[in-house]
Design a binder for this molecule. Structure first.
Ligand code: DGY
Length: 318
């Protein structure tokens, strides 16, 4: 079978595909252009793509033989899954293997923004570090503060487990409440979104991007948060109205934000980069060597299964 791999992956990761399939692999460390993908996909049965590639009906129609799309990523808002289903194309993602890395980053952002780590690093390097004083460069305590999780899936639950070490009471809001025994085990209390926003000291977002979650946090929601609270997002940028967030941060309606994802990434909303009550990372939630290798291997496993006519382990539409 013929397959297109839109990211440069190591031979170790691609090895299981080599014996049975003919691969075209992006040789570069930057994404393929849309035109290049449209050109190279035409005679392919398989596609291994990343979250940077928009895989829509137009692209699928360029490849009449396409059978399997394996996404390198857990979020799959880059793929029109209903369009794939309508064309009999199987789609998969890479859940599980990036849970710990992403939860670690969410917690890094909580600690970094609350304790002004990045601002402090800049101050130290610049030589503008004055003498130690009892009330200078103060941050917010994390231990014992209330953490509100929006989207208590695998990643949200791992953030909760990390928060337990900081003795943080946990609130959560989900489309569907989790079973009571799991709530008890995690020590997480289900509340509506309004209560979560009003009562949390840290609000951390872990939802998939879809029609329900797009723009979930806008000016009205930010108004509900405490002026001392922090907003953390490692899910997808469009869940937050970024202009509204910049306004809220400027007006000190909330204390700060730790963001790994952006509404129009890699572009930032005007004014965001100038605010020092933010910690901004470049979509690196899953970016550890171990996790990215595991994601690659899982995407390859899914692609191989789909091309062999088997059900891929992480199929989203079969
Ligand atoms: C994903 O897999 O959806 C992540 O955002 C990639 O880091």
């Amino acid at each position: 079978m013929k397959a297109l791999v839109t990211a440069r992956l190591s031979e170790e990761i691609l090895a299981p595909l080599r014996p049975a399939h003919d691969l075209v692999v992006n040789p570069n460390d930057f994404p393929m252009s849309r035109a290049d993908i449209l050109d190279k996909i035409q005679d392919k049965e398989g596609l291994l793509c990343t979250i940077s590639d928009r895989i829509d009906a137009e692209l699928m129609d360029c490849a009449p033989g396409l059978k399997m799309i394996a996404n390198f990523g857990v979020g799959y808002d880059n793929i029109d899954v209903p369009a794939a289903t309508a064309r009999g194309i199987r789609v998969s993602n890479t859940p599980g293997v990036l849970t710990d890395a992403t939860a670690d980053l969410a917690f890094s952002l909580i600690l970094a923004v609350a304790r002004r780590v990045v601002e402090g690093d800049g101050r130290t390097r610049s030589g503008k570090w004055g003498p130690w004083a009892p009330f200078s460069f103060l941050g917010s305590e994390v231990t014992g503060k209330t953490l509100g999780i929006i989207g208590l899936g695998q990643i949200g639950k791992e953030v909760v487990r990390r928060a337990k070490g900081f003795r943080m009471p946990i609130l959560y809001h989900n489309r569907k409440r989790i079973p009571e025994n799991e709530e008890l085990q995690l020590g997480a209390k289900y509340v509506d979104l309004e209560t979560l926003l009003k009562e949390s000291d840290f609000v951390s977002i872990h939802v998939l991007l879809n029609d329900q979650s797009r723009g979930l946090i806008g000016a009205n929601e930010l108004d509900l948060m405490k002026p001392s609270a922090f907003l953390i997002n490692v899910s997808r940028g469009p869940v937050i109205n970024e202009n509204a967030l910049v306004d809220a941060l400027k007006a000190k309606k909330i204390a700060g934000a730790g963001l790994d994802v952006y509404e129009k990434e890699p572009k930032l909303a005007e004014g965001l980069a100038e605010l020092n009550n933010t910690v901004l990372t470049p979509h690196i939630g899953s970016a550890t060597i171990e996790t990215r290798i595991a994601m690659g291997k899982l995407a390859v496993k899914n692609l191989n299964a789909g091309l062999m006519g088997q059900k891929p382990p992480n199929c989203l539409n079969c």
